[in-house]
Write a protein that binds this ligand. Structure first.
Ligand SMILES: Nc1ncnc2c1ncn2[C@@H]1O[C@H](COP(=O)(O)OP(=O)(O)O)[C@@H](O)[C@H]1O
Ligand SMILES: [Mg+2]
Length: 248
């Protein structure tokens, strides 16, 4: 379980998170939404201790993340597969080396197991036999897939995605969304994705948390958010989605 309690975070004079609390149970698939620049990535980074809060608590299972030593943090990160915005692959390393690096840092697999795990993860994201390719030769969608393969390779309990479909065309977005859903169903994981695209929310998430002005504006199901009377929620939804129109 992830338990975030009264999280506050400011940068210089800017108050970004102003008292955020929520719990996420094992097996949930949650989308964290909100306008660009509202603090979604900042929130996600708190979950794996990449950012320290000014006050509040972040619990991952029985560990209070914001008090851990580096070694203890590594054990939390070993449970959390992170798919960063823009893929974040190392350009000078092959696909195999990119995934292998995460595995050697965050798992205790031997060389043979690492090789097997890399090809298994690549197969799972539909990128079999791409071990030797360099990121520069991959399309945007393929880079995202490799980023997802890298995250699932460590066999995480939590999969955290930061804008997994941003910058992709609708066809590619749908195929990444299907992949995220498939992985969520197949593996025994909790999936948390940050996005500002409602297309992804309605296709992938069972629960939506909307952040606005440093606070939680909405926490419920995708069906409930469509029916929300809140003006800010409504504006976000109507200004955002083509999916709603096509469903109407
Ligand atoms: N390391 C940092 N130092 C200073 N300001 C930051 C830092 N990280 C994020 N911010 C600021 O915090 C706000 C929220 O950023 P972010 O979480 O990236 O937004 P988004 O919701 O688009 O993911 C932005 O105003 C951003 O400039
Ligand atoms: Mg962001």
């Amino acid at each position: 379980m992830i338990n975030v309690k009264e999280l506050y975070k400011s940068f210089e004079k800017k108050d970004v998170l102003k008292g955020i609390s929520f719990k996420i149970n094992h097996g949930e698939s949650v989308a964290i939404i909100g306008k660009s620049g509202i603090g979604k990535s900042v929130l996600l980074k708190h979950l794996i201790g990449l950012i320290q809060p000014d006050s509040g608590e972040v619990w991952v299972e029985e560990k209070l993340v914001n008090t851990l030593s580096f070694t203890q943090l590594q054990s939390v990160r070993a449970q959390c597969g992170m798919v960063f915005q823009f893929g974040a692959l190392f350009d000078s390393m092959s696909v195999e080396e990119n995934i292998g690096l995460a595995l050697s840092k965050l798992s205790e697999m031997n060389k043979e197991e690492v090789t097997q795990q890399i090809s298994k993860s690549l197969a799972e994201v539909g990128m079999e036999n791409s071990e030797k390719l360099m990121p520069s030769s991959l399309s945007g969608g393929m880079k995202k897939r490799v980023g997802i393969a890298r995250a699932i390779a460590i066999k995480p309990k939590y999969l955290l995605y930061d804008e997994p479909t941003t910058g992709l065309d609708p066809v590619m977005t749908d195929s990444i969304n299907r992949l995220i859903s498939k992985i969520h169903k197949q593996e025994d994981v909790t999936s948390i994705m940050v996005t500002h695209e409602l297309r992804t929310v309605f296709e992938v998430a069972e629960r939506v948390i909307m952040i606005h002005d440093g606070k939680i504006k909405f926490d419920g199901t995708p069906e409930q958010i469509k029916l929300s009377n809140d003006i800010v929620v409504q504006q976000f939804i109507s200004g955002n989605s083509t999916l709603l129109e096509t469903e109407a």
